[in-house]
Design a protein around this ligand. Sequence first.
Ligand SMILES: [Zn+2]
Ligand SMILES: [Zn+2]
Length: 389
Amino acid sequence: MIGKEGEASKVGAALATALKITGNSLCFCGSGKNWKSCCGANSTHDPVFIESALRAARAYKNSQGVIVGIPVGIWRAFEKASLNRFSCLFPGCREKPVSCHLVPENALRSSYGGHCTEYRMEDGSGLRFVRRGIGDAGCLPVFCSRHDNDLFKPIDPMKLSSPTQEQFFLFALKAVAFSLRKNQYLLSIDSQMEIVRPFLIQEKLNAQHGSRLTIDISHLQDQYIRYNSCFKFYKEAIEAYASEAWDYYSTLHRVISSTRPIFLAGLINPSHDLHLRKVNHTNEPIVISCSVFTAEDRTHILLSCPKGLSQDLYRDFLRQLETADDRTFKTVVNNFLTISAETLLMPEGFEMNDDNYRKVGAAQTHARLALKGHAALDLCDRRAAIDFI
Ligand SMILES: [Zn+2]
Ligand SMILES: [Zn+2]
């Protein structure tokens, strides 16, 4: 409990209004439930708060006096608590998820040995590539052990020679599931941050100036929209899985010789094609599931479009990628990897200099703005991309 009785739920309600959430919208806490039967339920006085994380935040605040920003340590406490509250992502399963490997451990081990480099939040310095043990590189609590095994056993990259349509499907499903879970917990942390922030930061000010609460939700808005589309794409994919509709995804599979081993799985949504033509003129989200993995000195790039609007609108783009020469294709993939660096596993010792970090930031901002109708991001621009492959 923070603030006075009911104050947190008032901020929660204000947050919902600001995010244009109504009764049947997905709740901002990332639970996967509707707002009216989750944090917006009349019976709950408080939104779904993570008590232990809040206590830590409170204690920090008391030791600091007035806080001007939320420190990474507090963020971490929310992260841990957020991850703990989710159950297995398989529909209807109530089991606790285990720590699932985005890339099977044996595949990572045979390419990287005991450690690799992963891009993640580091205390005090923001997002960096840091050294990680293979045992927990790229891991997230997504499925229970039974569903993790059942779903992904057929796609051990070490045993893939010529992938079947079912295997293509499973790679795409895995990328979607991991993206959804990641979005869920990030949204859960950030929405709670926004509810807590006025209390932590402004409590002292409020005592002097009355209770004026401000919520800055610009970044949260984008995140909420991403969560909604991930949720939709996952739901459709898992339905296709249930009916073994392996043709739900149309997949472009290209193989290039590898200079270094590399693994990635994530969702991308390029705004423009290779001729800088805008791809999507509708208000509906479209997506490509992207998996990159290296086996036997070859790097496989799988780009899968779900049936419907994504497939229709990205058809030409995928054809351009299919017929592009190796050099152009490599540049485009490097641009994808630069934008999606968060889900990338690199060999231990892979060095990122300041210029490369700048490229990641610039590419991500550019990609986001291009989606909103600003200048196109040129995926064929070699200077914008980091030479990952
Ligand atoms: Zn909720
Ligand atoms: Zn399960």
